[in-house]
Design a protein around this ligand. Structure first.
Ligand code: NDP
Length: 316
């Protein structure tokens, strides 16, 4: 695609929900093929405490697994669970042959060190891609690791919309370990749907708008509602909004609504492509989690000498 859009090319919505649906349908076919060889990909999710938002995410992950014919297990633990008890659950899942992917839902209660838990997960089952081995593999371009689901989902959205990334100026706003940094690692690789010139911005960036204005692709992952406005982007830009923010809204029954980091109404008319919030990046995260779990199952089976038809990392 061209960076500068003509009038009719502006304002196109990237339908993350529809794209995620296609991925999940493709995975269901893959899972059925694996089942014929006696392999049922299994995902275990551990939820510690009773944070309502986390409970909703976990329930949707389990539902999505079952729907695709995968084996989904949720382990719910009380908020006062000790770090040692949680580690023992992780070790048991590492050893469980029916489980190929392990996800510990974040955030964890304050008395538990997230890093210690992440490092305890077998990297071959680390479908969240947060283990330092997988973080390192992603950065150095080794293809047999796992990329974190949200940035992998963003790359997949770009690919499936045919948004060329090679040689493009890509500005990522946000440098967290779960979104901004792995997004940078993915897009900077010498690979298809990568090869971008990547700039990563954060709170210390001096003139954010000067960076975003020259971008062909802006990826916003800050948790700041409406941070990116129309005056901060050039005509024809591709905008990916990772943000999920609650803002008070008395007009909504719940008293709030969900918005992204992008001022959607003002930016859409100047963007060639833009993701909405909700139904943009959000649904891709679960789809990529499932994709990583199916890959984990095939890689583990291949390592055991069993047949494997789906071992490459995603699209890259
Ligand atoms: P973090 O809070 O961990 O990181 C936010 C990043 O944004 C930081 O690097 C911060 O900079 C930067 N930032 C904050 N304010 C500004 C600013 N004014 N200018 C420039 N940079 C700024 O958030 P996450 O990465 O975990 O999440 C980001 C958003 O994405 C959230 O809304 C979250 O809910 C959402 N999210 C959505 C997912 C999905 O599935 N769609 C999955 C994960 C997250 P600094 O480092 O200097 O503090």
């Amino acid at each position: 695609m061209r960076a500068e859009g003509t009038e009719q090319e502006l304002g196109r919505i990237i339908d993350g929900q529809a794209i995620a649906r296609s991925i999940r349908d493709e995975l269901a076919v893959e899972v059925a093929a694996l089942a014929e060889g006696g392999i049922v990909p299994g995902l275990a999710v551990i939820l510690v405490g009773d944070d309502p938002a986390s409970a909703v995410y976990v329930a949707s992950k389990e539902r999505a697994c079952r729907e695709a014919g995968m084996h989904g297990v949720t382990i719910k633990l009380p908020a006062e669970t000790t770090q040692q008890a949680l580690l023992e659950h992780v070790h048991a899942l590492n050893a469980d042959p029916a489980i190929h992917g392990i996800l510990v839902q974040m955030p964890l209660p304050r008395h538990i060190q997230s890093d210690a838990i992440i490092r305890a997960i077998d990297p071959r089952k680390d479908v969240d891609g947060f283990h330092p081995i997988n973080v390192g593999k992603l950065l150095i371009g080794e293809r047999d690791g796992f990329a974190p689901c949200t940035p992998a989902g963003v790359q997949e959205l770009l690919a499936r919309c045919g948004v060329e990334t090679a040689g493009k100026e890509c500005v990522i706003v946000g440098r967290s370990n779960i979104v901004g940094k792995p997004m940078m690692s993915l897009l900077v690789q010498d690979a298809r749907w990568a090869n971008a010139t990547v700039t990563v911005c954060h709170r210390h960036t001096k003139d954010l708008a000067a960076h975003t204005r020259r971008a062909d692709i802006v990826i916003a992952a800050t948790g700041r509602p409406g941070l990116l406005t129309a005056d901060m982007v050039k005509r024809g830009v591709v905008v990916i909004d990772v943000g999920i923010n609650r803002v008070e809204d008395a007009a909504h029954a719940k008293g709030y609504r969900i918005v992204g980091d992008v001022d959607f109404e003002s930016v859409r008319p100047v963007a060639s492509w833009i993701t909405p919030v909700p139904k943009g990046v959000g649904p891709m995260t679960i789809a990529m989690l499932m994709k990583n779990t199916v890959r984990a199952a095939t890689l583990i089976a291949a390592a055991r000498g069993e047949t494997c038809s789906f071992a490459g990392r995603g699209i890259a």
